[in-house]
Design a protein around this ligand. Sequence first.
Ligand code: ADP
Ligand code: GLC
Length: 491
Amino acid sequence: MDGQWFPEPRRSVAFIGSECYPFVKTGGLGDVMYALPKALVAQNCDVKVILPKYRCIPWEYQEKMVYRGSFQMDLCADGRSFFVGIMEYVWDGVVYDFIENDEFFGYGNPYTNLIDDLPRFCFFSKAALAALNYMNWVPDVIHCHDWQAALVPVYLRTMFDQTPLAHAKTMLTIHNLRFQGIYDVRTIRYWTGLPDYVFNKDALLQNWVDANLFKGGLTYANMITTVSGTYAGEIQTAYYGEGLDAHLRYHSGKLRGIINGIDYGMWNPATDNKLAAPYDITNVLQRKPANKHALQEELGLAQDDHMFVIGLISRLTNQKGLDLVNAILPELMDGHTQIVVLGTGDAEYENAFRTYESWYRGSVCSSIMYDEGRAHRIYAGADALLVPSQFEPCGLTQLIAMHYGTIPIVRETGGLKDTVEPFNTITGWGNGFTFDHYDAGLLLDAINRAKTHYFTNRWCWDEMVQRDMDKDVSWENSAIQYRALYMELTQ
Ligand code: ADP
Ligand code: GLC
């Protein structure tokens, strides 16, 4: 760090969330929890990331963790208490503290079902604060992520109000408003042990029978952010608000949108050792075909450089616009197009894509699995990447695609709208192909426009490939904006 310029003054931040690459990742939250702390370290922030110590964390990381201490913590309304262990791992200037408790995290995946997940994330939110007090570390800002950490601001302003930690300000980031942690009041009151007054309609109470953890967190947080400017506006409307639009409109004075980036170390086609032929902007046009060829070979597709290869890398849920894809997929099969799907999720979509693979063997390949390496090879080997989401808070796959010179085809919603400038046939400018309404015909039209362009105007397509690789999708700008918000909170 010698000689490096840092903005002054220094700020300390505790990140609290339920997943973080490379320890555990199910989607974009895992990427953000890894990349944003690193980018903040470069902005003169001192960052600790607090995570559950899931059993599924690879052993190579578990064995490097160092014991920081342990204690018993009261949790439930009847005074039932639980063991809290703290295991620490320091990497790239970021300190990772893992909360250990075998009853809650000693099995399976990070998310199972709501009835099991609710107690474990109530425990996690309280234990994260208790661990900070135990370690005697009072950060300037406690930055919480999604419903799993939404109780942190609530605990801080109630049961931790008389502790040193109460000096910290809180920020709650919405990565996905669809999941809120809603359950009946009795159960949540029991597990959280929170005082009765937080179960009122302006905070945790959702209706007369349910409590909503996210809603409570939004009330008590000093600042709310979400992962794009467009989504920040959308969630204040009934269509995207998931029942919390009025609540968010009420709190809109403290709501901001900051777009995500991608980590250029994790996603770099020039140094990516998972690729058949790594490349950069100067040789992408020569080397991308080799990656396409290797991908076709890996997936058992017809090996033909002239095919238009469309990738889709996604959790297979209705958020991702898969109903539109299913409705039009047969119409894409013109003998010049190949479709490559990578994802896991709802059985209806998994089965639909398996069926398409069997119908169009050699042209469609559905990898119903989670595979980091394959994801990298699809980003590099495909010509275009499809993201037709019904809603998309930010979306990282379109950013990674652009950085790998793969043209995004997206619906104009949330972060997709903020990051993909539609191709303009008159100026020849733009980053990808877009459509606005959630309509299968419009998706088909956007794909056909991309295809036509690819087959009839390759020179212009290639220019877009290079323009996309050149686009700044790094975390730097966004980290500067987060830092500015931390400063605003702690003036
Ligand atoms: P979301 O968080 O809604 O799932 P994002 O676009 O923000 O969507 O992030 C998805 C992340 O997960 C990206 O890094 C993407 O490459 C990765 N990903 C999604 N599905 C798979 C999969 N089946 N195998 C490997 N990586 C995947
Ligand atoms: C959520 C959203 C996605 C976003 C990611 C990281 O999972 O669905 O759009 O990119 O969080 O913020």
